[in-house]
Design a protein around this ligand. Structure first.
Ligand code: NAG
Ligand code: NAG
Length: 352
């Protein structure tokens, strides 16, 4: 079930991408996609803590989520204030909560409509750092007032609160959380989600039972090279550059650092059959400003090779599957690196 929703979602985001640019609020928040954990996809609204304690988030008196010794840095900051160990928590630790733009949440509990100001102030008072704002139980025409109104009231509180706003996509498409590690996903499907979330610069919000996650999914969620593409400091969004077979095969590119580099994803959403071999000329992907590019595969850190803008990148993609790559303009130093790299014969997916 998760998988079907995920694949539909990927086709839908394809429709929304026109390479548009927009002006963003610059209040220092979400310069790169937010990363964290969110309960919904795994635990939903299970409130039956008596009968099903394993799958219910609740407590039997336990109230605090507490971090014990070793959270502070070794020194106070220059104002004499305590600070967290910035090597481990460079962004601090933050608290997210859910509410709804309508009269009721999706589960039928009180929503924020007619109370936006009070609720925004309450969240600020509670020290909330992120609000996921759902779109249930109101008229679609109300979104145009409700979502910006809540945004204004959150801003007025003076507390920096990341506003995860489901409008204007909602209610046509839902499902932004990472379902990696939950039931019924193959390794290849999990890579499709993580790779696509990296290239479109989606928030990385895990929604998995971390007590029971398998090693494979865990190491995927910890893959530093994929996360680096998601968190690239340029903060650009990926763009779909080729769309074939009714959205079944898509090429995406995202500008990343160092300047002139790109992340490149080739995603195949067919759910059965055999791996597809596909090619595209770099120039047709919009990758042409440098004379040559060094291509590497990201998930497993494999060398692919060196290509000019007139050459083709060719890869084999599983159904469903993704090939995630980096294209970095070549300079002398990377050529030396390449000579020293023993991985060059390890090419499972590529021909150059
Ligand atoms: C509120 O919005 C203004 C821009 O309109 C921005 O400069 C400011 O940083 C925002 N404040 C917060 C707390 O988000
Ligand atoms: C390069 O890829 C294009 C697009 O798929 C294809 O039409 C062309 O035949 C390929 N050229 C080579 C030399 O493989």
């Amino acid at each position: 079930m998760d998988v079907t929703i995920l694949l539909l979602w990927l086709i839908v985001i394809g429709f929304y991408d026109n390479g548009q640019h927009c002006n963003a609020l610059d209040n220092g928040l979400a310069r790169t996609p937010p990363m964290g954990w969110l309960s919904w996809e795994r635990f939903e609204c299970n409130v039956d803590c008596d009968e099903d304690p394993e799958n219910c988030i609740g407590d039997v008196g336990y109230q605090y989520v507490a971090i014990d010794d070793c959270w502070p840095a070794t020194e106070r900051d220059h104002n004499g204030r305590l600070q967290p160990d910035i090597r481990r928590f460079p962004n601090g630790l933050k608290f997210g909560l859910y509410e709804d733009v309508g009269r009721h949440t999706c589960a039928g509990l009180p929503g924020c409509q007619d109370h936006y100001q009070l609720d925004a102030e309450t969240f600020a008072e509670w020290g909330v750092d992120m609000i996921k704002f759902d779109g249930c139980n109101t008229d679609v025409e109300h979104y145009e007032y409700g979502y910006p109104a809540m945004g204004r009231f959150l801003n007025k509180t003076g507390r920096p609160i990341m506003y995860s706003c489901e409008w204007p996509i909602y209610p046509r498409a839902k499902g932004v959380k990472l379902v990696i590690g939950n039931y019924g996903m193959s390794e290849s499907e999990e890579r499709v989600q993580f790779g696509m979330w990296a290239i479109i610069s989606s928030p990385l919000l895990m929604s998995v039972d971390l007590r029971a996650i398998n090693e494979r999914s865990k190491s995927l969620l910890q893959n530093k090279r994929v996360i680096a593409i998601n968190q690239d400091p340029l903060g650009a969004q990926g763009r779909r550059v080729i769309n074939m077979y009714n959205g079944m095969l898509q090429f995406w590119t995202k500008p990343i650092l160092p300047r002139g580099s790109f992340a490149v994803a080739v995603v195949y959403l067919k759910q059965s059959g055999y791996p597809l071999e596909t090619s595209a000329k770099l120039r047709d992907l919009g990758i042409y400003e440098a004379a040559r590019y060094r291509f590497t595969e990201v998930f497993d850190d494999l060398e692919i090779g060196i290509l000019t803008p007139h050459e083709n990148i060719t890869c084999r993609v599983d159904p469903p599957g993704i090939v995630l790559m980096k294209a970095v303009p070549l300079n002398k130093r990377t050529m030396t690196d390449r000579k020293n790299n023993a991985n060059i014969n390890d090419l499972r997916y590529f021909e150059v």
